[in-house]
Design a protein around this ligand. Structure first.
Ligand SMILES: Cc1cc2nc3c(=O)[nH]c(=O)nc-3n(C[C@H](O)[C@H](O)[C@H](O)COP(=O)(O)OP(=O)(O)OC[C@H]3O[C@@H](n4cnc5c(N)ncnc54)[C@H](O)[C@@H]3O)c2cc1C
Length: 489
């Protein structure tokens, strides 16, 4: 007789969705192992913006999820466009350059709406993500399709709500308890884990084990090993506890690696951000209004098309591009015309301010002549036209080797501001292969009996880039699935 029915390793969104789902599907004794102490619990989920990308056919479909929306955003859901499954598919395929695993993507996209409704039924309250996704135009708010709803009070709220729901369902959460390795019987069935807690090492047995313990973004040695330079220097945007433990444990018993092991999600963050996520600042070090400005590196050169696409489709690769610049830093430069469009989180930063572009460049640690020349060349290349932040407005530069394809306005209205940024790592893309029941597949291409995985540990969905709001959605979809499958063992 095993000690418990289901062991869930990790205590983020994916793991707690799995634990709650396992209870719902009849597992009697469900234990969650959290390596972190209680004060630092909840993984990356706590630090997240809580944004959820999911498919829906009609804007009105969102209303049951956010019954208070009208009070928070008068007129909601005006300004919302439909986001059918085909649109989610297009976005995921486009940003991953067609490399997303189609079977996993089908599960993610096909079950996204049903899973958000399931989360709401469990007690996860939601709100319109106005500060992340909404752009106010006159009296209406225009929304980025598909990524409109977030957990109430963002990741802090999401994490707290999941713990509350799990505890109310009788899930036993054990803090300061690290899963060390998986136990197997003579038939290769996973029968539990070796854990380390205050009393040392001991075995905990179960009918099934769900791994939901994150990627390896907080492990500099693994970053160097799989991502290469300059990732060993990256600041970690979230938890310090995602060090690849679950991936190591699974691969040690023959799990099949899957997806892009050289890839990760990384974003432009304040150059002065702390080395690991701050529990209070959470995702507020992000600097994502760059489509409305110009980016230069320490050599004074532009190095990216700032207006390639909306931020939700470029931000997750821009961190790495910045980290690869000299010194791993860059400067986001804006003029007063777009000051009102900068996300509220810019208020947590300390911009360099000046009344002319020359004075601004003089104050930046960049090669001055080159920096000023780059900004002046940019200004000369801007074409006349109508600026519209709610659509890809086609307002592009002309004649530059490196264009800015949308939202290109001249930098001509003082004061000018520059925000120093670096690239922060969010999570890693490489993981293990799972099947349509979230069973972990072995290098013999057969499921490893009794072992499931979910969340960041699942490889194959993301390559090179990522559409904003998909990490939590993936965690919830595959967590729910893994928990239900584990309960059936
Ligand atoms: C700053 C920031 C903002 C983000 N914003 C968004 C957003 O708005 N929308 C979105 O979709 N995604 C967002 N993400 C990404 C999202 O947070 C992650 O994709 C998601 O939280 C991953 O969930 P998870 O459950 O797989 O892992 P996590 O939430 O990271 O949980 C992993 C858990 O495993 C535990 N653990 C690790 N090793 C062990 C071990 N050996 N034994 C026991 N426990 C262990 C950890 O302590 C932790 O509790 C953001 C991430 C960050 C860092």
């Amino acid at each position: 007789m095993p000690d418990v029915d289901v062991i869930v390793v990790g205590a983020g969104n994916a793991a707690l969705a799995a634990a709650v789902s396992a209870r719902e599907q009849g597992a009697g004794r469900v234990v969650v192992l959290e390596k972190a102490p209680r004060a630092l619990r909840g993984g990356n989920t706590h630090y997240s913006g809580g944004l959820l990308r999911f498919a829906y056919d009609r804007p009105e479909d969102l209303l049951p999820l956010v019954p208070d929306a009208e009070r928070e955003v008068p007129g909601f859901p005006a300004g919302v466009e439909p986001y059918p499954q085909a649109a989610f598919w297009r976005d995921l395929r486009r940003v991953t350059e067609g490399r997303t695993d189609p079977e996993l993507a089908e599960i993610l996209i096909g079950r996204s709406f049903d899973t958000v409704r399931w989360m709401a039924r469990q007690g996860i309250a939601m709100e319109p993500a106005v500060s992340l996704s909404g752009v106010r135009v006159g009296n209406t708010v225009k929304w980025s399709p598909g990524a409109i709803i977030r957990a109430r009070h963002e990741g802090v709220g999401l994490s707290a709500m999941w713990f509350k729901v799990a505890e109310a369902r009788g899930v036993d959460v054990r803090y300061d308890t690290r899963a060390v390795r998986l136990l197997q019987d003579g038939r290769a069935r996973v029968t539990g884990v070796v854990v380390q807690d205050a009393d040392g090492f001991r075995e905990l047995t179960a009918r099934a084990v769900v791994l939901g313990c994150g990627g390896f973004e907080a492990n500099p040695e693994w970053r160097a090993r799989y991502l290469g330079r300059p990732w060993d220097h990256a600041k970690v945007r979230g938890t310090r506890y995602n060090t690849g433990d679950g991936l190591r444990m699974a691969i040690e018993i023959g799990a099949l690696p899957h997806g892009q092991w050289t890839g990760c999600h990384s974003t432009p963050i304040d150059a002065d951000a702390p080395p690991h996520g701050d529990r209070t600042l959470t995702d507020k070090t992000n600097r994502l209004s760059y489509p409305f400005g110009v980016l230069v590196n320490a050599r004074g050169r532009r190095f990216v098309d700032e207006g390639e696409d909306f931020q939700f489709y470029t931000y997750a690769k821009l961190g790495g591009i910045i980290l690869s610049q000299p010194g791993g830093v860059a400067f986001q430069i804006f003029d007063a015309k777009v000051a009102g469009l900068l996300e509220a989180r810019y208020k947590t930063g300390s911009p360099i301010v000046a009344d002319s572009l020359k004075a601004l460049v003089d104050r930046l640690p960049v090669e001055r002549a080159a920096g000023l020349a780059a900004l002046e060349a940019y200004n000369r290349a801007v074409e006349p036209g109508g600026f519209d932040p709610t659509v890809k407005d086609g307002l592009a530069t002309r004649g530059l080797d490196l264009p800015k394809s949308n939202w290109a306005q001249r930098l001509d209205t003082p004061p000018f501001v520059a925000y120093p940024v670096t690239g922060g790592i969010t999570f890693t893309f490489g993981g293990v292969r799972i099947d349509d029941r979230a069973r972990v597949i072995s290098t013999s291409w057969a499921p490893i009996p009794g072992l499931y995985a979910c969340g960041e540990m699942v490889g194959g969905l993301f390559h090179g880039n990522y559409p904003g709001g998909t990490g939590l959605m993936s965690g919830a979809v595959f967590g729910r699935l893994a928990g239900a499958s584990a309960a059936g063992e």
